[in-house]
Design a protein around this ligand. Structure first.
Ligand code: CA
Length: 217
């Protein structure tokens, strides 16, 4: 999942980005309204986290821009101002949820998972596929009754393939899901993760479509 983090407070932004990357989300971080809008024009995102008070404007303008593009990308507002008018303004502009600062990062992760489930139309917290169960809150994968320990990146690769089951997912789109701006991506990084997943779950689970990408039936 690729996330745009809009936050001008350096310490808070840095901690949030680091935390989300440890959860294997790809995070691009912008610190003002203008560069956030450029980011939205140039990259597609699965979720946007928005601070409201920005040095050159407001997170609400960023949200308005996003919604004008008829984008259904979910947005979570993070605001220190817990005034009712801010919340109403945010929700009216098309925010999906909001968090009042300061908040625990684990609460942010839980909100992200909840908003993501709603977007995908899932009411249950576990992602299931045939005899496989994925728990996005613990990154546990069980398959044929056996529990497997997955690293966050392997988990995101598998999650993305299952969410797109039956479709070919290109290597580029998997890279987009996992690596932030400025992150050096080795040319075989995705292959390495696929190899590790196959080692745990068996090699038949993910099909390689040569030259195109990967697919789970
Ligand atoms: Ca701010």
């Amino acid at each position: 999942m690729r996330i745009l983090l809009v936050e001008d407070d350096y310490m808070f932004g840095d901690a949030t980005k680091t935390g989300l990357e440890q959860e294997a989300y790809a995070v691009d971080w912008t610190q003002d309204e203008a560069s956030s809008i450029i980011a939205l024009e140039t990259q597609s995102y699965d979720m946007v986290l928005l601070d409201l008070g920005l040095p050159d404007g407001s997170g609400l303008n960023v949200l308005q821009f996003l919604r004008k593009q008829e984008s259904h990308t979910p947005a979570i507002i993070m605001t220190a101002r817990d005034a009712l008018t801010d919340k109403i303004g945010g929700l009216d502009t098309g925010a999906d949820d909001y968090l009042v600062k300061p908040f625990d990062l684990h609460e942010l992760y839980a909100r992200i998972r909840a908003v993501w489930r709603r977007l995908k139309g899932q009411s249950v917290t576990l992602l299931t596929y045939k005899d496989m169960t994925l728990d996005p809150s613990t990154l546990d994968v069980s398959y044929n009754g056996q529990k497997h320990n997955f690293g966050p990146t392997e988990f995101r690769v598998l999650q993305s393939l299952i969410e797109n089951k039956g479709r070919i997912v290109s290597k580029e789109s998997l890279e987009d899901t996992i690596y932030s701006w400025g992150h050096e991506v080795g040319s075989n990084a995705i292959e390495v993760h696929i190899h590790r997943i196959r080692k745990k779950l068996g090699k038949d689970i993910i099909k390689t479509i040569r030259g195109i990408g990967y697919r789970i039936e």
